[in-house]
Design a protein around this ligand. Structure first.
Ligand code: MN
Length: 491
């Protein structure tokens, strides 16, 4: 007996041929897993169907849904990749292959890992690097999430092992690719198994505190709604409650006293465009006194994983402290869904890049995903890579700079203007004659800083020179420049 009907659920999101394939995949997987049981006593097939349901909820493309349904077949049943390719298609077979291998990834990671400092977070990067299709990682997260939701059926020992691995590896992966909602659920469940007493204690404490602050914040909310309506701003406002795990982490930093935590509940204002975000901020600061050190503009300077929002904490006349988060709908969707949003079925593209899991329009802050995948691929092909440069590019702190058009680029800290020029386009680098940074002339050998507005002055007859090799720091720029110099030499 199945706990729910996946096909019925899928019908709300997919149509036509897609549904035919979903039906086929369900039958194939059900047949393959026949007789197998989960630790919960339910038929095993419930697990892959639930994973597929999560993948559908994330709005993923049809191939990801089909791969989720079949994700455990090749590893745990008689079904082969060839059969999946024959019955469904090659792309889905490739994804299932990736999902089967990603669990056993550690052996082929060895090459890559010798290049990297060994921390838990790097393990998450390695997993991403070694799966050639980033959708594999997203489906793997859905798989892990469902296993966590059913953790209560496992032995104590297994519970702890899976919870620890989830907190140390899978939560950072979700964070790295911007999937905030998933990261939070993974952390919450894992923490509740790893430190159950602490979890329960904080949950109770939170409940007690929240009752009071919800009432007080309710008043603030009404005042804000009134002002924003008067200003004719189209907005939504709602309260977001801090997760127990992030409360735990914050309390460790704040003397373990919940009274020092100001953002147990924050008010989230969602508007239509960037301009309105700043208008809302202005209105909030005209109503209440801001705590200046707590204003954070992640719209102008996004977090490394692409998160954008303005955060501000204010004090109301009756001494109530309230945190606000202001963002656009688009930023909100990204904060919750992250990279998964790039694979939405309704804006699915059938380009080669897309099919291969390399999204052509990867947000600039996530270029490291492609970078890592390319490096992993080179290693797999037995090619040499520049060890020193790789470590520099991937593990240095990143800075964000802007083009005059307002596009955001990220670069490793210490990057020089020519690095930026080559990042825009190798032709821009080639013909660079000078730089304006924040409208002032900027020498070739002075590093860029976070938030700089950089304009490259190009001249058609300007040519790259050998001593420019000392004026670039990123492997990308070095590579392009060397190629250009080589061509010049030959001439
Ligand atoms: Mn599974």
């Amino acid at each position: 007996m199945l706990s729910f009907n996946l096909f019925k659920f899928a019908k709300k999101h997919y149509q036509g041929d897609d549904l035919v394939l979903i039906d086929k995949a369900i039958k194939l997987a059900t047949e393959a897993h026949k007789g197998q049981k989960r630790k919960s006593g339910q038929p095993f097939i419930n697990h892959p169907l639930n994973v597929a349901k999560i993948v559908i909820e994330w709005g993923m493309d049809i191939d990801s849904v089909l791969a989720a349904i079949l994700h455990d077949t090749v590893e745990d049943t008689e079904l082969t990749l060839e059969q999946i390719e024959a019955e469904i298609n090659q792309d889905v077979a490739r994804l299932v292959d990736g999902l089967t291998k990603v669990g056993q990834v550690r052996s082929n990671m060895k090459d890559l890992s010798t290049y990297l400092p060994a921390t838990k977070d790097n393990l998450s990067k390695l997993l991403i690097a070694t799966s050639q299709d980033i959708r594999v990682i997203i489906i793997k997260l859905a798989d892990r999430l469902h296993n966590l939701r059913e953790l209560k059926y496992l032995s104590k020992e297994k519970q702890l092992k899976i919870a620890r691995e989830s907190l140390e590896v899978f939560a950072p992966i979700a964070d790295r690719i911007g999937m905030g909602r998933v990261r939070m659920e993974i952390e919450e469940i894992s923490f509740s198994y790893l430190e159950p007493e602490r979890f329960n204690k904080l949950q109770k404490l939170m409940k007690k505190k929240l009752g009071k602050s919800t009432r007080k914040l309710g008043r603030v909310r009404v005042e804000v709604e009134k002002k924003l309506t008067q200003a004719v701003i189209d907005f939504e406002i709602n309260g977001r409650v801090k997760s127990i795990y992030s409360l735990h982490r914050k309390m460790l930093k704040k003397g373990d006293n919940i009274d020092n935590i100001y953002d147990l509940m924050a008010l989230r204002v969602i508007v239509n465009n960037n301009e309105d975000c700043y208008r809302v901020l202005g209105i909030l600061h005209s109503m209440y006194k801001p705590m200046v050190a707590r204003i954070k503009d992640y719209i102008a300077v996004p977090k490394a994983n692409g998160y954008q929002s303005i955060h501000t904490t204010v004090i109301t006349p009756n001494k109530q402290i309230a945190e606000f988060q202001v963002r656009t709908q688009k930023m909100h969707r990204y904060a919750e869904e992250g990279l998964a949003a790039s694979f939405h079925y309704h804006d699915q593209k059938s380009t080669k890049n897309y099919k291969g899991g390399f999204i052509s329009q990867l947000p600039t802050n996530l270029q490291w995903v492609n970078q890592l995948q390319n490096i992993a691929k080179k290693l797999a092909d037995g090619q040499q890579i520049d060890r020193e440069q790789m470590a520099v590019d991937l593990f240095k702190y990143q800075i964000f700079v802007y083009s005059p058009k307002g596009d955001i680029y990220n670069l490793p800290e210490g990057s020089l203007p020519l690095d930026f020029a080559y990042l825009i386009h190798s032709k821009v680098g080639k013909h660079a004659a000078g730089f304006l940074v924040n409208n002032k002339i900027h020498p070739f050998d002075k590093p860029l800083e976070n938030g700089d507005l950089v304009e490259v002055i190009t001249k058609r007859f300007s040519k790259p020179k050998p001593d420019w090799l000392k004026l670039v720091t990123t492997s990308h720029a070095k590579h392009k420049l060397k190629a250009q110099l080589r061509i010049k030499d030959k001439k």
